[in-house]
Structure formats: C-alpha cells, structure tokens
Design a protein. Structure first.
Length: 399
C-alpha cells in the first residue's frame, strides 16, 4: 500500500499540499542545499526520513544521519538505495547513537562543519506521560538533550538549524505538548547566537507509532482495531511532513515557526472517519463493537471479509479533542506562502534565564522521589497556558 497516495486521495489532494511553495522557492532551496553538508538527528523516523528524501532532491554533498534506532537506520539505507534514480551523496553515513553521547560530539566535530543541522529526535506521544519514569525520559530527550545540542551548535554554528515541534505545543494539555512548547522557547532564546527555526504541523498519517500505522499493524496480524470516536486531528502525508520541515529549515528566517494553512472547519478529521475507508480499500467491511473483549472474540469475522473494530469515547490523560497551530496572542502571517503560515516570535526568556530554569529542572530530576505533579507545576510556571488534562488513565490501558 502506497501510504502517501492513500493519504492524498483520502484528503482529496491531487498533489502535495506544499507543491506550489516548493516550486516557487526551488531556486532558494537549491542555493542553500546543493553541494552543502547536512546532518539529520532522529533521521530514521517517519518525519526525519521524509525530510531527508525532500532534501536529497537538491543534491547535498554530504549527509550524516544519527538515530538511536539501529534497525530504523538500516531500513532507511535500504529504502534509499532501492529507489531507481534516487540521489545519494558519496559522503553518506549513518550512526546508531544518542545525540547527547560523547561519541556524537566527536563525530559532529570530525564530520563538520555542517551547513544544515536538523533535529527530529524527540518523544512525540501523549502516552509518554504514563508515569514519572517515562516523563523523566521525555523531559530529558525533549529539553535536556536539546539544550546540550544547542550549546554544541553555538561552538560550531551551522547556517541553518531546525528542530521539529508539534501542533500540541499550542495551548498544551499534556506534558509532551508542554515540553515541546518549552523546547520552542528554548530554541528561540538561542536566536541571538545562531539562526533557529521550527515547525508545528498536523498528525503525520501512518507515521511510526501512530494510531493509523497501528491499524495497518493490527490488520497485518489479524487483530481487531481500536479507535476513539471523538478525537479530531489535522493530517498530512509523510512526504508533506518532510517538505514542511525542509522549507521551515531553509526558507524560515530566524525565530520563525512554520505551520500548514489548514481550515479548522473543513480539515479537522476524526480518526473514526478514516478506518472505514481504509478497511474498504483493503477489502473489508467494518463491524463496530462496544468493548475490546467483544472485538477480540469476533476476530474470526475476518474470514467473511468483515473486520471487528472497538470504538470508544476518549478518557485518557492529556488527550486533546482537536489540535490547533497557533493561539490568538501569537503573531502569525498567512500571506507569505501558498500553503504555509508563519509565526514570528520573540523569545519569552533569554538564554541566561534558561540557565536558572534548567537548574530548577536538574534539581527536580535528581530527586529520587520526584512526582508527576512536580513536573506539571514546573512546566506551568514557565508555560502559563498549560492546562493539564489529568484523568488517571494512560493510553497503555487501551487496546
């Protein structure tokens, strides 16, 4: 199944949402990527690998990819080398390591200087706040490691630095979204020292670990589907996710945040509206059940061309019913690009203030009896719009 084609067909697009912007800005993109040196952190994931494919069209001279997912890096290499006509620079290397490790610093210095640095390494799931241990890992990845990378870039500044954000950073209701909002503020504060840009964008359909990819995994294993009835999301294809990040990285001015221009009325889609179309595309008719146990018991329906689906109302912590790309008090421009909006932001906190802010965080993380509520309070102190939704139920309790 061609994921990009399915998504564009479902969204009633005959080509990428950003095709026009890519065409108009092709010269500028080529000038800044052709024959340049590029490092992509977290490049084995859906968005990172899509960014790489978008960038390779402009023929950089060097590409270094770093990711802790060794198997993901292997698949990335196989994928790129299996496509007829795919440009891959002679100077192309992948490294399975963490971007806060001593080995990363060594390779960054040895392979540099880099013209373009793009960071996609992040915890992106709401389920990451299941307990204090997973929350600490999220905070360390999205904030502590990000600050370490920024400090390294101050020593060895690239021409372009991009770090991916999320639509969940606008009016956050979960720890992941609030950590990304704090990450945005952190990145913006470094704009006095290096050029920084980021992007908030929609749910990347069928991305690694997403609910839609989970549908395909369940179908592959002949297991029932599980889907919320009430959650709405904006969607882009994997290809589009890479394109918006590339344009934010190269076309974005210092301290700009890009987002797709999608309509709150027309473009928000329920997950529950997608699975019937997907199942029909794969030759099945959905049969709805009100409990996960009933759905599991009726898996034999598959033999009749029917597929059991458990549909439920959302009741888990940090789950937002819909997403948004910006808030009313943010300065945004909807006229600069065809399908992209741009936020121009001044930093809320200076880099020196973050030394104090992070000292508080480090003290929290050193507490052996640290509780979730303390992390929430720390985030609310610096992200006052953070309104945490706490139900006491984790997504790990769901099928």
């Amino acid at each position: 199944m061609n994921i990009d084609q399915f998504v564009l067909s479902y969204l009633k697009r005959n080509r990428s949402l950003f095709a026009r912007d890519l065409e108009v800005n092709e010269k500028h993109l080529k000038e800044n990527i052709y024959n340049k040196s590029l490092i992509v952190i977290g490049g084995a994931g859906t968005i990172g690998s899509s960014f790489i494919k978008a960038a390779l069209k402009f023929k950089p001279a060097k590409l270094v990819v770093v990711d802790i997912n060794e198997n993901g890096l292997t698949e990335l290499v196989r994928d790129l080398r299996s496509v007829e006509g795919q440009y891959i620079p002679e100077d192309f290397m992948t490294y399975p390591l963490s971007f806060d490790s001593p080995a990363f610093r060594k390779l960054f210095i040895a392979h540099g200087p880099f013209d373009i640095v793009a960071n996609f390494a992040a915890h992106k799931h709401v389920r990451s706040e299941k307990d204090i241990y997973s929350i600490e890992a999220l905070i360390e990845n999205n904030l502590v490691k990000a600050k370490g990378l920024l400090d390294l870039l101050v020593e060895y500044p690239p021409k372009h630095f991009f770090c991916v954000s999320t639509d969940k950073a606008a009016n956050p209701v979960n720890i992941m979204g609030a950590s990304k909002k704090m990450m945005e503020e952190l990145i913006l504060s470094y704009g006095d020292k290096i050029k920084v840009s980021t992007a908030r964008f929609a749910n990347v359909a069928f991305s690694n670990g997403s609910l839609l990819e989970g549908f395909l995994k369940r179908i592959e294993k002949e297991q029932p589907l599980s889907c919320p009835s009430d959650v709405k999301r904006f969607f882009v294809s994997p290809q589009e996710s890479g394109e918006i990040c590339l344009m934010a990285c190269i076309l974005g001015k210092n301290r700009e945040i890009f987002f797709p221009k999608l309509d709150m009325e027309k473009d928000l889609i329920k997950f529950a509206d997608i699975f019937p179309v997907l199942l029909k595309h794969l030759g099945y008719e959905p049969v709805i059940f009100n409990s996960d146990s009933d759905a599991r018991k009726n898996i034999s329906l598959i033999k009749e061309g029917k597929y059991p689906v458990y549909v439920f109302e959302t009741n888990t912590s940090g789950e937002k019913m819909f997403e948004e790309f910006y808030t009313d008090d943010e300065d945004f421009d909807l006229g600069k690009f065809n399908a992209l909006g741009v936020l121009s932001k001044s930093p809320t906190y200076k880099t020196e203030q973050f030394d104090v802010i992070f000292k508080e965080l480090y003290d929290l993380l050193e507490n052996p009896k640290l509780e979730k509520s303390q992390i929430v309070s720390w985030l609310k102190k610096y992200i006052p719009e953070f309104q945490h939704i706490e139900t006491g139920i984790s997504l790990d309790k769901k099928m």
